[in-house]
Design a protein around this ligand. Sequence first.
Ligand SMILES: [Zn+2]
Ligand SMILES: [Zn+2]
Length: 359
Amino acid sequence: MQAVRYHGLHDVRYETVPTPIIQAPDHILIEPWWCGICGSDLGEYVHGPSAVPTTTCHPITKEKCPVVLGHEFAGYVIEVGSAVTKIKPGDKVCSSAIIRCEKCYFCKINEPNKCVQLGFLGLSGFGGGMSQRVVIPQVMAYKLPDHLDLRLGALMEPLAVSYHGVMNTGIGPGQTALVLGAGPIGLCVLYGLKIRGVSKIIVSEPSEQRRKLAEDLGALTIDPAKTKVSRQVKSWNNGIGADASFDCSGVPSTLDDGLTGIRPGGTFMILALIKKPTTVNFARVQYFEKSIKGGVCYTDEEFEEVINAVGTGVIDPSPLITSEIHGKDADALGFKELARANPEQIKILVTTRPLESNL
Ligand SMILES: [Zn+2]
Ligand SMILES: [Zn+2]
């Protein structure tokens, strides 16, 4: 079959690889229709390899570089193993990115995102969504509503990441959120806040195009190059900071805004990938009883809640999709395009099917 594989820094190839087959009773064979390029995929392309194993194989997948890319995908089930009960051929599905051992303490308490052998589909092995076929265990598969456009199915995973971050701050209806960065994760946080019933959302973003998109989605916006973020938040929020803030940019200056932009007792959630150690003024954390938390992936319940919210029309994340490309162009029109930080691009979807057949 054809697949987009990661070979190393700036090296992504569309090439022929062995077609995966069902090898265990809990396996599900899927034909992916659409697969998003994630910031973590881009990180491997621009700075990696870091998450992709290169010298020793991942302990669960027993694979290492090169790996088929893509964990943000949706497609049709082709075939299922004999022990699969919740999914059948013909179903629309999407996948969790979480490769888990199913045996450790964290897997047993239903927090597989903390698994001691945590891996990521499409980076640690198990194939990926940028291919003509992929096999995943039943525990990673989520059934999508029959009526759902599979493009939206490909957005469930990043939406679930963001929704998990939202839920872990404890923010709720009637409260105020500050989102730092209106790229893919920041805008997904905006949708996650809407699912949670938070209507007052302030977004800090230097790009005018991205601010416009956030405004179209109902947010108040700040240009942090021109305005002091914490002061503006207070002026819009009765003189106090936001109840929760979300770092979705990973830039050191926004980390300061995240901590100063929340009220005493507020929570600062880190969702961006932070490249380098940075300085934090912990006196603010102590004196104002602020919390700093991190977020990775999601629980199964949160993933199902996101699917339900999109499926029932509570949110419509289709404005996030800014480009649809074929796998053969994944390097030139996907990774290279995102690597030059074009602010107009939010989520690029890749398919290995003929583009015109994916209507
Ligand atoms: Zn992702
Ligand atoms: Zn585990």
